[in-house]
Design a binder for this molecule. Structure first.
Ligand SMILES: Cc1ncc(COP(=O)(O)O)c(C=O)c1O
Length: 399
């Protein structure tokens, strides 16, 4: 498995000669590559959440409308709904797929509903064909959220080509990452002129944001990752975060459902360059993650942890459900095992203000239960067999 060795090199060479950080040739090249991959028109933006926001706007979503989104999601899905003035309506999930429960979806559609955002959670394809039929019956538009599922398909057709629109994310820890970035894919060509209008007025991503991303990237690689397993280290990182010095993935405003003014912006050339460099590795990354998932399926024998059933998508995350998930995660970190916590809250991260994001406690009971029990088994890029073995031994011994 090739490591992402060239991302730091690209960043450093850009810092030495910072002439094309914001705009340049790479955004055009990436757009062409994506258009070839999906067979549809593509618009690049600075993140997946910007793509959702623009998508909702061109579909005419505004004040008082309702947009159906699943619970067990990231704040960057309901937030763009709030930014348009509309209300997110949360749909419960199936425990076996972590995707929308279609019975609950039908139950929650009202006359104010305009759009369904269909999330392929952690790369597991949602029941997109059935959802399209439901949308058709209720005259709703569909945005496919492919933030986790780049490269996955259903019946030989790539995800991202089913909905009226679809979004991609190239944020950190996605299938491929450009540190940050996103795309809006257009299947309904009648929407193109409206999107042209919306995107023509977008400003370049501010240099300040670009530099903050770079500072985060290097400080994480060089220092913070090493201290994050210690309690004092986590406290230090939290302090940096509190003062907005670290981790711009979710800014403080977004925890309250508000829109920081850099969403939406154009995709920065430097981040497009990194995504382009990662592009040929999509399949090898997805295969690597899947191989690790299959090893877990074969070798984890602890009956207290429920691994989600295998599926035909991609394995951005391998999720297990454990009644003592919280303790398991703490123990794993003490053992320097890099477990993840996506999504240990119905809306991730745990620090979001659920009510301000329109979530009513108890409205999606399965999502709430699953969130309490969620752990992500490590399957990061560059992970070697001995590390996988250590995770298996840890999980099998945990009680
Ligand atoms: C399901 C889902 N959709 C959309 C997004 C938005 O992506 P971005 O971080 O690029 O804004 C995320 C982000 O993590 C996500 O998890």
């Amino acid at each position: 498995m090739s490591k992402q060795a060239s991302t730091p090199k690209i960043l450093i060479s850009n810092l030495i000669r910072p002439t094309n950080l914001q705009t340049g040739q790479f955004t055009g090249e990436l757009k062409n590559k994506l258009e070839e991959m999906f067979g549809n028109k593509v618009y690049l933006v600075n993140s997946g959440r910007s793509a959702i926001y623009l998508g909702l706007k061109v579909l005419g979503v505004g004040q008082g409308d309702e947009v159906l989104v699943q619970a067990y999601t990231c704040n960057s899905v309901p937030n763009p709904v709030l930014w348009t003035g509309a209300n997110p309506v949360y749909v419960d999930i199936e425990e076996s797929t972590l995707n929308m429960d279609l019975t609950d979806l039908e139950r929650k559609i009202t006359s104010r509903a305009k759009v369904i955002i269909v999330q392929h959670t952690f790369g597991n394809p949602a029941k997109i064909k059935e959802i399209l039929k439901i949308a058709d019956r209720h005259k709703l538009r569909v945005i496919e959220d492919c933030a986790h599922s780049l490269g996955a398909g259903v019946d030989g057709r790539i995800l991202g080509t089913f909905g009226d629109l679809a979004i991609l994310s190239f944020g950190r820890e996605k299938v491929i990452s450009g540190l940050t970035g996103g795309a809006l894919l257009v299947n309904d060509s009648a929407l193109e002129s409206e999107i042209d209008k919306e995107t023509h007025t977008l400003k370049p991503l501010r240099k300040r944001n670009i530099l903050k991303e770079l500072a985060n990237y290097f400080s994480w690689r060089i220092l913070l990752r090493r201290i994050s397993s210690k309690d004092w280290g986590m406290n230090f990182i939290r302090l940096l975060y509190q003062y907005d010095l670290f981790n711009v993935v979710t800014s403080k405003k977004e925890l309250d459902g508000l829109r920081p003014n850099w969403y939406p912006s154009q995709m920065a050339n430097i981040f497009a360059q990194i995504v382009l460099n990662e592009f040929p590795k999509i399949d090898s990354y997805n295969n690597h993650r899947k191989e690790i998932a299959e090893t877990y399926f074969r070798e984890i024998k602890n009956k207290d942890i429920k691994l989600l059933p295998k599926h035909l998508g991609v394995y951005l995350r391998v999720v297990g459900l454990h009644p003592k998930a919280h303790i398991l995660l703490q123990e794993a970190h003490k053992n320097k095992l890099n477990f993840g916590n996506w999504y240990n809250s119905v809306i991730y991260p745990e620090s979001v203000h659920l009510a301000r994001l329109g979530y009513k406690s108890g409205s999606c009971p399965m999502a709430e239960k699953v969130a309490r029990e969620t752990v992500n088994l490590p399957n990061f890029l560059g992970m070697v067999d001995s590390e996988v073995k250590r995770v298996i031994n840890f999980v099998n011994d945990f009680s």
